[in-house]
Write a protein that binds this ligand. Structure first.
Ligand code: AMP
Ligand code: ZN
Length: 436
């Protein structure tokens, strides 16, 4: 198989050759856990899950290591915990658990390793000490800053010069910075903020050093693929490159950089104030995870996505039609056209188009390969056609309850549950939903 991937660093699409085919290594920036993940956050999870599956297919399941971190130390987390009057630990534990449930419902496999930033402070401190020793960082007023002027090719990923960055930045320049673009590796914590002892006093790491330290810990100095959303290219990924390369004597951190495009909703930037903000959880209440996943994969990962209700409905209809003709098979193999599309820089829209023409065998295999289980959809599709029967059953159960025939009303409820329908009794009567 010849897998070709677009490399955001070189801006070329190249044949992928892993450093070690026995251990193909990928790092993807994971969530900052302070709130429910939104449907935009689902995009890198789904896109890199498809790549993970493809790499496992090409190199063998046990020969791919996929690391996706959890950022559980961040000022947004501190603020939200204070606002809700709960401990930081409770907030991050709960949010990380919900994130994992949400992306699992979207058909994403668990990464090989999901390291948490707070469990790797020692590695971050060690890396910062190394950067100070090599003359790439300096301590000032309880902070440690990376000195961007010490890295002549700083800006090579986003292709910006230092002058352009300074002109384009609106950051307030702290007096302890030598250069306005110098970024924080370590900052002091007051008594009310989480902090760890360090040679520079009690404090906490900056966001960028977290990824450099965790990637280095689990994947070594240089690994194969680094991924994330396009919004992270600057400054986050630029800074990861600067830190890791300087700490590792110039060794590149990753050979291939991949960035997914942004997701908008009905043509607009998603924002809470605009009222077009959708959490994964909200959407899962209305749609099977497979429909949301399919809808995402109908666009190429580097293109922007316009997420619309009409698009989801269309995805639903397509899957419903396909599932009407195919059952998952034990070891199906998709058509060559399907793989040729995926191997061409994860061209999922073309892979999906090939499924439109596939034989039953190719279709079933392709769907499994894209991460669809078929189960949720089967139930959901059945529910749609059975909604009249469900309404009848609810009425019959109500009548049984009125007649105090509780054995019968329980039987009806259990019968529906066995079919994947959960009844909910509320002040306005009985409603139902699909069991997830
Ligand atoms: P965050 O928790 O904000 O750091 O984001 C987690 C991941 O989601 C990162 O890889 C982001 O690039 C990605 N992401 C955030 N918003 C969007 C969006 N609207 N469309 C696509 N990806 C996004
Ligand atoms: Zn990162």
């Amino acid at each position: 198989m010849t897998l070709r991937l677009f490399n955001s660093l070189t801006k070329t699409k190249d044949d992928f050759a892993p450093i070690d085919a026995k251990n193909v290594r990928m790092y993807v920036c994971g969530p900052t856990v302070y709130d429910f993940a939104h449907i935009g956050n689902a995009r890198p999870a789904i896109v890199f899950d498809v790549l993970f599956r493809l790499l496992r297919h090409a190199f063998g399941d046990v020969h791919v290591t996929y690391v996706r971190n959890i950022t559980d130390v961040d000022d947004k987390i501190n603020a939200r915990a204070a606002e809700r009057g709960i401990s930081i630990r409770d907030l991050t534990e709960d949010t990380a658990r919900i994130y994992n449930e949400d992306v699992a419902a979207l058909g994403c496999m668990a990464p090989s390793i999901s390291p948490r930033a707070t469990e790797h402070i020692a590695q971050m401190v060690a890396m910062i000490e190394q950067l100070i020793a090599s003359g790439n960082a300096y301590a000032a007023e309880g902070h440690v800053l990376f000195d961007v002027s010490s890295k002549p090719d700083y800006g090579k990923l986003s292709r910006r010069s230092l002058d352009e960055m300074i002109a384009g930045s609106r950051v307030e320049v702290a007096p302890y910075k030598k250069n306005p673009m110098d970024f924080v590796l370590w900052k002091p914590s007051d008594a009310a903020t989480p902090g760890w002892p360090s040679p520079w006093g009690r404090g906490r790491p900056g966001w960028h050093i977290e990824c450099s330290a965790m990637a280095g810990q689990y994947l070594g100095k240089t690994f194969d693929i680094h991924g994330g959303g396009i919004d992270l290219m600057f400054p986050h990924h630029e800074n990861e490159i600067a830190q890791s390369e300087c700490a590792h004597h110039g060794a590149p951190i990753a050979n291939v950089w991949m960035h997914n495009g942004f997701l908008q909703v009905e043509g607009e930037k998603m924002s809470k104030s605009a009222g077009n903000f959708f959490t994964i959880r909200d959407l899962l209440a209305d749609w099977p995870g497979e429909v949301l996943r399919f809808n995402m994969l109908r666009s190429h990962y580097r293109q922007p996505i316009d997420f619309t209700l009409a698009g989801i409905k269309e995805s639903w209809k397509t899957l419903e039609r396909w599932y009407g003709v195919t059952e998952p098979l034990a070891n199906p193999s998709p058509d060559a056209a399907f793989f040729a599309a995926l191997e061409d820089d994860l061209n999922t829209p073309a892979a999906i188009a090939s499924l439109h023409q596939a034989s039953e065998l190719g279709l079933a295999g392709g769907l499994g390969f894209l991460g669809f289980s078929n189960v949720q959809m089967k139930i959901a599709a059945k529910v749609q056609t059975d909604s009249v029967a469900i309404a009848d059953a609810i009425a019959a159960r109500l009548a049984a309850r009125k007649a105090k025939n509780f054995a019968e009303s329980d039987r009806i409820r259990d019968d529906l549950l066995a079919k994947g329908i959960v009844l909910k009794d509320g002040p306005d009567g009985t409603t139902w939903e699909i069991k997830r």
